[in-house]
Design a protein around this ligand. Structure first.
Ligand code: SAM
Ligand code: SF4
Length: 432
């Protein structure tokens, strides 16, 4: 979502003449779009500002803006801790950025803007055309969260759940497709809780997927991140009725222990999660599932951890993210007694090894097979192309001639844990 927000901030800034520079020292303005989900991210922001300060020691000071969730959470505190920062803008106020820069430069003042103004934000953004021209493009359709998992800052930094108007989303999708997008990834902190009603109709995530599925020049549809509780029948059925919806779902479970799920306030248990997986596999037995895991959550015992390992082996998640619990200020879990860090590190390492083995075994299955790849770009300085399978697995391949945006059948000749490698020469057939 931060990538989407950064693109939209760039769209706003380019209306007043800003352009991107690759040369750090050419910059008049640095904008750090930040994430507050784990502690490390916050410290990285201050480290980066420190580097800018050093690089510009004997040069004119650039404007330094901190956007995103660290800005929202820390607000004025950031200006106090690091006076080199000029402006702090929360994720629901960045539509005001151009005016704020003008005010700050004219009045020579520092600014913090952290209001939750999400309706106004998207209302204003709809008038700014998107410069995003990637084969695989993001659209934020939903923001914020009302679920309040005990470890998570999102409800505090992104605010309450908000779903964008249906027509606004379809317009944005069409504009991205006009710019060359062949894949749309619908984004939200709880993307599958998307809910928008006008006088006549109630729209859900399935309504958006069905509408996008009819767009001729679009080839693939994905969505993330979903909460297990909101995997409704209409959405599950899209995996049957919408051929452009990719058979790969990121469905975080966080832990394999019911006790820990309860302590996390996750609002679902293992049995329920397994029912969802069963329903998905009944619709399409080839659906791949990935997840997020938190290790060392307060109260997690060795037996809870082993339950998580068992669950991973049972489901065979093909690609997942795992993190050591990071206490976030203001969340209920931050008040609980933390597990010993060396125990959590050991558990993380063990769990990642299990996930990696499954990932490697899964990639091995493609050896000698052809698989459908959406070509995204040619790799820099190489005669090789980059694309992704239906399951998001990166594929690096040789081809005499191919164009970004094409769907090709690639013959897989080798693999490692993260990537598949192959060639297009062996098979000249394009996918219809
Ligand atoms: N809404 C999604 C869900 O409910 O599954 C997750 C969105 S959250 C922004 C992304 C991931 O960050 C979570 O699934 C969780 O694994 C991880 N995360 C969030 N807070 C965390 C914390 N305090 N410590 C460690 N990991 C955390
Ligand atoms: Fe955070 Fe997801 Fe829980 Fe919401 S549902 S509080 S975004 S982890």
């Amino acid at each position: 979502m931060n990538e989407y927000d950064s693109n939209r901030i760039y769209d706003l800034l380019s209306t007043v003449g800003y352009s991107k520079t690759e040369e750090k020292k050419d910059a008049d303005c640095f904008l750090l779009n930040t994430c507050h989900i784990r502690e490390k991210a916050t410290e990285k922001v201050y480290d980066e500002v420190g580097r800018i300060k050093k690089d510009f020691k004997n040069l004119n000071k650039p404007l330094v803006i901190i956007a995103g969730c660290v800005a929202q959470a820390e607000s004025k505190e950031m200006l106090n801790r690091e006076p080199y920062i000029d402006m702090v803008i929360g994720p629901q106020s960045y539509h005001k950025i151009v005016d704020l820069i003008l005010i700050s430069e004219r009045k020579k003042i520092k600014i913090t803007e952290t209001e939750f103004d999400v309706i106004k934000k998207f209302d204003e953004l709809k008038n700014i055309s998107s410069k995003q021209n990637k084969i695989s493009s993001y659209i934020t359709i939903q923001e914020g969260c009302d679920k309040f998992c005990h470890f998570c800052v999102v409800p505090y930094t992104r605010g309450p759940e908000y779903s964008r108007p249906f027509d606004q989303i379809i317009l944005e999708a069409n504009s991205l497709i006009k710019n060359g997008a062949k894949e749309i990834i619908l984004l939200g902190q709880n993307v599958n809780d998307y809910n928008f009603s006008n006088n006549k109709t109630k729209y859900k995530l399935s309504s958006i997927i069905k509408e996008l599925n009819e767009i001729k020049n679009l080839k693939r549809i994905r969505f993330m991140t979903s909460h297990p509780k909101d995997m409704t029948e209409d959405l599950i059925n899209c995996y049957k009725s919408c051929d452009k919806l990719m058979p790969f779902l990121h469905l975080p479970i966080q832990s394999g222990s019911n006790k820990i799920l309860k302590l996390m306030n996750r609002k679902h248990d293992i049995k329920y999660y397994l029912t969802i997986i069963d329903k998905l596999k009944t619709i399409n037995k080839n659906i791949g599932i990935s997840s997020d895991f938190i290790l060392g959550y307060p109260g997690e015992t060795e037996s809870d951890f082993n339950d998580t390992i068992d669950l991973i082996k049972k489901i065979g998640f093909i690609n997942s993210y795992s993190f050591i619990f990071s206490p976030r200020p203001g969340t209920p879990a931050a008040l609980k007694k933390s597990n010993k860090i060396d125990v959590s590190r050991k558990r993380l390492k063990k769990l990642q090894l299990v996930l990696e083995n499954i990932q490697r075994e899964n990639n091995k299955k493609y050896m000698g097979q052809t698989c459908e790849v959406l070509v995204e770009n040619k790799l820099n300085n190489q005669e090789k192309y980059f694309g992704r399978t239906k399951y998001m697995i990166p594929v690096i391949f040789d081809a005499d001639n191919c164009k970004p945006g094409e769907l090709l059948n690639i013959k897989i000749t080798s693999f490692n844990r993260n990537n598949l490698f192959g060639s297009y020469k062996f098979n000249k057939l394009k996918v219809a």
